[in-house]
Design a protein around this ligand. Structure first.
Ligand code: S3P
Length: 429
């Protein structure tokens, strides 16, 4: 149990770990490149370490030059070997789904992917079904992990994603590298496009036309170097705390500002937050900048279904911000929250209600009746979900009485040093 005491304000200059989505992708794509790829700014966490272990089990050499610098010895597109036992994806849905796409192309080799209890409860048919259509043999366990994959001769498909999911899209774009013909994936709504950017940087043929992404077969990929920007999702708790606590001002340096990831910052600005991006620049193919944040009073906002993919991981924090904003906020079309590390419609509404926020769950979202004041505080459990643990910590500093976070160590999945950074920026009398 970790107790997070209230702060009078927050302030200072921080940097957050490298983007988790890009860190996974950098290691996975580097593994099937020719030669060495140097990954700098790697966001080390339990999830991304699972990716390093996975590629090592597949015969890829990964040297750890520093906590955030890796050198990955690529084995080429078809050079992955059959591991001794199963591959443990831990808590990471991104790893399981993206890796499945690569393994589907390893002709004649067999693999088994599993994970922790949470990951074994999450839907995997959404990736398995289109991979089968491409020609791989994929078996799930009642639609979930463990999943068994036998790589095959793949053929391109045209696939309309039934749910907006960057993980499933990426799975298919990675399998497309091995398929005869051009694979087309059509998204119902735009989702994060880091895989497309990285594959293009590695020399693959990637085209986007509207909601349609096409990837052609590749003969060889080469990256050389990938520099990972700071994770906007890990910056979000600090942006919320700064906004909600009068007298706060904070700069988060080197944050990834890919437009498919900034939905939450845009929404907060719309609610009245004082967010300024300075020093816009590019890191490889990704836009980055420094986020200057000052305290501000918020008004309620509604999140429509089309906005959800752009801020899906920040919806727990939106609920907290909405709880302290003037007026009623509503989120709709976010049923995918129920398929995350926990059912986040349930875990978020239960957690925040226990802290004195007026929030009610719906089938596909929640409604919040905001009061522009500090929430009371109390206790909550992360239920092993990193985003709920970070929500608890953020709520702690902005609350009147502090928050006890049960299962605080879940933050290790994406941001192991979260509570230390929170403590650093919190000003207490
Ligand atoms: C991710 C995509 C999202 C997101 C997850 C990371 C990715 O999941 O929630 O934290 O790196 O592709 P879905 O694609 O399942 O929506």
């Amino acid at each position: 149990m970790t107790f997070v005491a209230p702060a009078s304000s927050v302030g200072g200059h921080i940097a957050v770990p490298g983007d988790k989505s890009i860190s996974h992708r950098a290691v996975l794509v580097a593994a099937i490149c020719e030669g060495e790829t140097r990954v700098t700014g790697f966001g080390r966490s339990a999830d991304t370490e699972a990716t390093v272990h996975a590629v090592r089990a597949l015969g890829v050499d990964v040297e750890e030059e520093d906590v955030d610098v890796l050198v990955v010895g690529g084995v080429g597109l078809k050079g992955l070997r059959e591991p001794e036992g199963h591959i443990d994806c831990g808590n990471s849905g991104t790893l399981m789904r993206l890796l499945a796409g690569i393994l589907a192309g390893q002709e004649g080799r067999r693999f088994e992917l599993t994970g922790d209890e949470s990951l074994r409860s999450r839907p995997m048919e959404r990736a398995a079904e289109p991979l089968r259509r491409m020609g791989a043999r994929v078996e799930t366990t009642g639609g979930r992990a463990p999943i068994r994959i036998e790589g095959g001769k793949l053929a391109a498909i045209r696939y309309e994603l039934p749910v907006a999911s960057a993980q499933v899209k990426s799975c298919l774009l990675l399998a497309a590298l091995y398929a005869r013909g051009r694979t087309q994936v059509i998204e119902p709504m735009p989702t994060r496009d880091h895989t497309e950017r990285l594959l293009a940087a590695a020399g693959a043929t990637v085209r986007r036309r509207g909601s349609n992404v096409t990837v052609g077969p590749a003969e060889r990929l080469e990256l050389g170097a990938v520099d990972v920007p700071g994770d906007p999702s890990s910056s979000a708790p600090f942006v919320v705390a700064t906004t909600l606590l009068a007298g706060s001002e904070l700069t988060v340096h080197g944050v990834g500002l890919n437009p498919t990831r900034t939905g939450f910052f845009d929404l907060l600005a719309h609610m009245g937050a004082r967010l300024n991006v300075v020093g816009r620049r590019r890191l490889g193919r990704e836009p980055v900048g420094d986020l200057d944040v000052r305290a501000a009073e918020l008004v309620a906002a509604s999140v429509a279904p089309a906005q959800v993919p752009g801020l899906v991981d920040e919806l727990p924090l939106f609920a907290l911000a909405a709880g302290c904003a003037r007026g009623e906020s509503v989120v709709r079309g976010a049923g995918e929250l129920r398929a995350k590390e926990t059912d986040r419609i349930e875990t978020v509404t239960n957690a925040l209600r226990a802290l004195g926020i007026r929030i009610v769950a719906s089938d596909d979202g929640f409604g919040v009746r905001g009061v522009p004041t500090r929430p009371k505080g109390g206790g909550l459990s992360s239920h092993g979900d990193h985003r709920i643990a970070m929500l608890g910590g953020t709520a702690g500093v902005v609350s009147r009485e502090g928050v006890r976070v049960e299962g605080a160590d879940a933050v290790a999945a994406s941001f192991p040093g979260f509570f230390e950074v929170l403590d650093e920026v919190a000003r207490r009398p």
